[in-house]
Design a protein around this ligand. Structure first.
Ligand code: PMP
Length: 456
């Protein structure tokens, strides 16, 4: 080493020592500031603004008041015997109780590919075109995490499944809204097909930052099953602006004649743009198992898998096996047909109960919710609500009153609209009918008490 090099080395060491000691000083100063700080640990901005969610208001209220709970969309009856047995067998199988591959257990990937290939009119590759997720919720989260950069916009149709919003904003995205609007006389019984998307309004929401459109069919809470014509219009925009389409089809096995569930990914040119999301919980009545999936072209699925590996790593293994067995055995048990028939009967019971009580409503084409129009319910002016409801729209108040005075819990759907459009939801209440006959009959009886409060 020359003396020139030695000098350079000495000089850079002096700089290093000086900068190390000054950054150490800064660190010590910050530490003492830290020590002086008191009070609660600061919550991250991305979470701090979350309001109390609608489920944690109305689910405990149902229990507290011993009211008939038609609020949250979970079944109050057990899954079919062959599904339960599959879970017990899976737990008893040695290799099922350890980590699964982040993609999902091979048996489930294969069962999903086999079950869904005919529905997507293509042979799905279980290794690259399917990924198992922790419920549809995590499929959504992983998709947003995988595709959104800060400021990217995601278009949602209102009313929306409320989880979308936090999933988008926690991943830096910006939700943009376009409402489905009821066409016709809302004071009469309507069909969910009367709730329509204005395609020009959707077009007007697209900007250079738009990255994703979220579609939900069959729809929660409207019950709308989008027609092929409606899907073609949405699909055209997706292709024109080269967007990603998330098609949330968790209720794909639950639609009522004469409607059929069309898959937007099957329309010309749309497979490449679409991630379709499904739910083992909705399909087999096992919402607590938290097994869902995403299906799509391998380039899109690869990204969902990358994100999900860093979110949950893998999904609970024995219940994946149980869903695999359930899918394998479903046809032999005529499960899907029986499932639809039993829900048709529940839908009829629910709608009749609302009609008998004098509540106009929207008859759903799919899923298991009915929106009732509550505008005509007259609640005494001096009725007292809990403080927390004072700032909430009218549907929150009516739903509270319904729970307390009528004994039936429903969900206020204004929660499923953005601030600006909340008024579009405040004349409705959502009743979930994924409940036993006894529960639906008890609700029907209780709802009759409403008659004297309804304006003719
Ligand atoms: N999407 C929609 C439209 C839903 O209604 C729900 C559940 N209520 C989900 C996704 C989440 O499904 P999972 O329970 O499989 O996470």
């Amino acid at each position: 080493m020359t003396s020139f090099h030695l000098n350079i080395l000495k000089f850079s060491n002096i700089i290093k020592i000086n900068s190390t000691s000054s950054s150490r000083l800064l660190q010590l100063r910050n530490m003492s500031l830290l020590k002086n700080k008191s009070g609660p640990i600061k919550v991250a901005d991305k979470v701090a603004h979350f309001k109390q969610d609608v489920w944690s208001i109305f689910t405990p209220l149902a229990a507290q008041l011993n009211a008939v709970n038609l609020g949250q969309g979970f079944m109050n009856f057990p899954p079919p015997d062959f599904v339960r047995k599959a879970a017990i067998d899976a737990i008893n199988t040695d290799d099922c109780n350890q980590y699964a591959h982040p993609k999902g257990r091979l048996r489930l990937l294969k069962a999903l590919a086999k079950s869904y290939s005919p529905l997507f009119n293509r042979t799905l590759d279980p290794e690259t075109e399917v990924v198992v997720t922790a419920g549809a919720n995590e499929a959504l989260y992983a998709t947003f995490a995988g595709f959104l950069d800060d400021g990217d916009e995601v278009i949602l149709m209102e009313p929306f499944f409320d989880q979308y919003i936090a999933n988008i904003t926690m991943n830096g995205g910006v939700p943009v809204y376009v409402p489905l609007r009821p066409h016709g006389d809302t004071s009469k019984i309507m069909s969910s097909s009367d709730w329509k998307l204005d395609i020009n309004e959707l077009r007007s929401k697209i900007t250079p930052r738009t990255k994703i459109i979220v579609l939900n069919t069959p729809h929660n809470p409207v019950g709308k099953v989008f027609s092929k014509e409606e899907l073609l219009e949405i699909g055209q925009l997706v292709q024109e602006f080269n967007l990603l389409l998330i098609s949330d089809e968790v209720y794909d096995r639950l639609y009522f004649k004469p409607d059929v569930h069309e898959r937007i990914a099957n329309l010309p040119g749309l497979w490449e743009h679409t991630i379709t999301i499904g739910s083992g919980g909705k399909t087999f009545g096992t919402t607590g198992w938290r097994v869902g999936w995403s299906i799509g072209p391998k380039d899109l699925i690869k990204t969902v898998l990358s994100a999900q590996t860093r979110i949950v790593f893998c999904v609970n293994s024995p219940l994946q096996e149980a869903i695999a067995i359930s899918l394998e055995e479903a046809e032999a048990h005529n499960y899907y047909e029986n499932h639809i028939t039993s829900y048709e009967q529940r839908r009829e019971k629910m709608c009749k109960a609302l009609s008998d009580a004098g509540l106009p409503h929207t008859i759903p084409q799919g899923a298991y919710y009915v929106l009732a129009n509550i505008k005509g319910i007259k609640i005494p002016e001096d009725y007292e609500y809990p403080e927390a409801l004072n700032s909430r729209p009218r549907d929150f108040k009516v739903c509270y009153w319904l729970a307390k005075e009528i004994g039936v819990v429903a969900i206020p759907p204004s929660e499923f609209y953005c601030e600006e459009n909340r008024h579009l939801g405040e004349d409705y209440a959502r009743f979930a009918f994924c409940k036993t006959d006894e529960t639906l009959e008890a609700a029907a009886k209780a709802l009759l008490k409403l008659k004297k409060y309804i304006n003719e």
